[in-house]
Design a protein around this ligand. Structure first.
Ligand SMILES: O=P(O)(O)OC[C@H](O)CO
Length: 413
């Protein structure tokens, strides 16, 4: 059989599902074989793939988080657009079946879909219903606003809980998706969709106030900082923290591990910000095809993508992981099956996303965004450890990030 490699970053229950998909495809026919390989976190896998590409041994398929999208799009020569992969293998590919938020995100300024949509997520909120009940909070009434989160946190803490609230993906949840949710700019030029001359805007009064609030809540023991990526999710499903904001895909590991009643609910917002809540934005990853491979290997990739495009496969992936149904067909199939009546949690993400977007809420696409996120993480950590004020840290992150945007713009003119 023709073998192709697929580098991914899925851990725990998500890693099992990825292995399951490859296995199902491999067993469904005998001509092609997909070998999934875990390559570390999203940024680690991306760095490894760039190094491997230079050395001439890149994988065929690379799972890249949304943050790496512009970098991949502009790395001409290194990648083969998915539309071309499918065309060269004689496979039909209809980009219009994807839900608009997903299609729009992975389509180049020229209108071509460049990567294959796979695991799209968004930012949601999870809470431990047992801990809520014990603290005298209504387990069927999740906090809808940040004001309500903090009063719930105070009750939980007073009831002896050591970790009331934690968050995964701090930059994505508290600055990126936060911006769209409140219909304010994260960056100019429609958050970068309008051109490479976009500059960062996340040091506005609304942003500063929110980060300042989190810093205060950290001091009061209501907010526990537990890491930059998805590590904090484990603190929720182990029963340590009562509330979590993170990716909808945390569902996979929460539903597998939690020994308590839990529920997902919409991401909190500030009710005094006009226009909120708007919609949250896309996260997760898509699959990129690397260049320089053999014709029959591209054929294998195309067959695998065709397999992944089946509504039944997409619907099951959504239901098991909490990633979004990326096509209308997968969503309809899930609704019709009665799945949400028994498991309403994975639909929260869908509801937050199916709103008509504004220029400010469509998404974010910035060059060097991987490095910018690292800068944001570094600066936010100086707030949590009390070294900088929210204003100082966000101003510095904007200045440092803008330097990278200027450089990226010059290099890609
Ligand atoms: O945990 P994921 O796969 O939903 O990804 C979350 C963030 O979008 C990564 O940037």
């Amino acid at each position: 059989a023709t073998e192709v490699t697929w580098w991914h970053s899925m851990t725990g229950a998500l890693g099992d599902r990825v292995a399951g998909l490859a296995d199902q495809f491999n067993k469904s026919q005998s001509e092609y074989k997909v070998n999934p390989i875990f390559k570390g976190s999203y940024d680690e896998a991306m760095a490894a793939a760039i190094a491997a590409y230079r050395a001439g041994n890149a994988p065929h398929i690379l799972q890249v988080f949304e943050v790496g999208t512009a970098t991949m799009m502009y790395s001409k020569g290194a990648i083969m657009p998915v539309t071309e992969v499918m065309k060269s293998a004689g496979e039909k590919f209809d980009a219009s079946v994807y839900v608009p938020a997903v299609a729009g995100y992975y389509t180049s300024p020229k209108g071509d879909m460049v990567s294959f949509p796979f695991n799209s997520s968004t930012t949601v909120f999870y809470y431990n219903k047992d801990m809520f009940a014990k603290a005298g909070l209504d387990p069927n009434k999740p906090p809808a606003t940040w004001q309500e989160v903090v009063s719930a946190a105070a009750k939980l803490k007073a009831n002896g809980e050591k970790c009331a609230y934690t968050t995964g993906w701090q930059s994505w949840v508290h600055l990126e998706s936060f911006s769209a949710w409140h219909n304010i700019e994260f960056a100019s030029k429609n958050n970068g969709f309008g051109g490479l001359d976009a500059r960062l805007k996340f040091n506005s009064p609304v942003h500063v106030k929110h980060i300042e609030n989190l810093a205060n809540w950290a001091k009061q023991g209501y907010f526990t900082y537990a890491g930059r990526k998805n590590e904090p999710e484990a603190k929720f499903y182990s029963g340590e923290c009562a509330m979590l904001s993170s990716s909808s895909s945390a569902y996979a590991n929460i539903s597998k591990n939690a020994k308590f009643k839990f529920a997902a609910s919409t991401l909190p917002y500030y009710s005094d910000v006009q226009g909120a809540p708007q919609n949250t934005i896309i996260g997760g990853a898509s699959l990129w095809v690397m260049s320089g491979k053999k014709t029959d290997e591209y054929k294998a990739v195309a067959k695998f993508f065709k397999f992944l495009s089946q509504p039944e496969v997409q619907a099951k992936w959504h239901q098991e992981t909490g990633y979004l149904p990326i096509t209308n067909a997968a969503y309809e199939l899930t609704k019709k099956s009665g799945f949400y009546q028994k498991s309403p949690d994975p639909e929260v993400a869908v509801q937050q996303m199916i709103v008509k977007t504004t220029a400010k809420s469509r998404g974010i696409r910035l060059g060097s965004f991987v490095q910018i996120r690292t800068i944001i993480d570094e600066e936010l950590e100086t707030v949590w450890n009390g070294k900088k004020t929210a204003q100082e840290a966000l101003d510095t992150a904007v200045r440092r990030g803008d330097e990278l945007l200027v450089r990226f713009e010059r290099a890609n003119k």
